[in-house]
Design a protein around this ligand. Sequence first.
Ligand SMILES: [Mn+2]
Length: 352
Amino acid sequence: MLERVAAEGSRKNKEALDRLLKESDRVFIVAHNRPDMDAIGSAIGMSLICKKKKRESYIVLDDDFDNGEEVASRAIKATKGEFKYIRAKDLDNLLTKNSLMIALDVNQEPRMATKDYLDKFKRIYVIDHHKTDATTIKSNYAYIEEGLSSASEEITRLIGLYGVKLDKMHANYLLAGIMLDSCTLNFDSDAMFSAVSKLINKGAKTSEAKAMFRDSIEHLNFIREISGNAEMISQRYAITYDIKDPNRIFKTEDLAKIANDMLLNIDAHAVFAIGYIKDDTLFISARSNGLIDVSIVMQLFGGSGRTTAAAAQIKGYTIDDVCSKLNHILSPYMNIGQEPQMTLELTKESAK
Ligand SMILES: [Mn+2]
């Protein structure tokens, strides 16, 4: 996104936030369930804005938050004394008549810890970069823009507009959020780099943000092994799962890492990493180079995401079922010798 366009968006976002904050006494910030570093980085940034505007704010976590990204769990533990992290059930005691809910890095109701309390909020404000669908929350104000690298990028601009003092650690969390969702700054956006530059100016370091995600060599080898077992289909897309132990239970963040590794190292338009995350629940992590809209493919499995990164959680299927369904969905668009269509026009029909 061009910086000029982003700046105009941020100005409007600030205006709307100012208005909603003025009408509200408490703020409840919610990111997506099983948060990642973009979710937590942007939630921390928004808490700092609320502090500056003298509004009491809480970050609402889902009961499964510890099964999100490890680096996000570590950030939550490290900042427990500084920000008020609560669970959805705490809303029973804390909600006021004039509470404001702020959803960051999420727009779909089922992915929010506050989903059972939505009718209790008179005001809802959303900033996100995922696609919308039928489950998108109704809000008073929403800025949902796929041109954003991350929610953290937008919050970084808002922090600038509000004149919030950022310390080095907070700047590093926001930078880590941007780096996660931009595939380590692999996102050609003038506006993103200028947000990154602001964070570096506050003491953030790309090396330190990168180090938050660092893995042990054993774990890295494991990721590489599953990624390296990928099967290439029609010379266009690649699918992988744990061939040796198909019933293995994965962390969703590991399936994301496997998919990222595949996209980086395999000459494919789209990649899919499949594995169980519970005994009866499969997870697909999908990535693409932009020529195939994987969010549409994941929607056919009940999932969601962005053009280049999406995921789905599925019950009642085997890995074989998922593979053949993927092949069925994608094969018409994969004729060798032709470029795949920029955007797949898929309907529920094509998933059958
Ligand atoms: Mn994000």
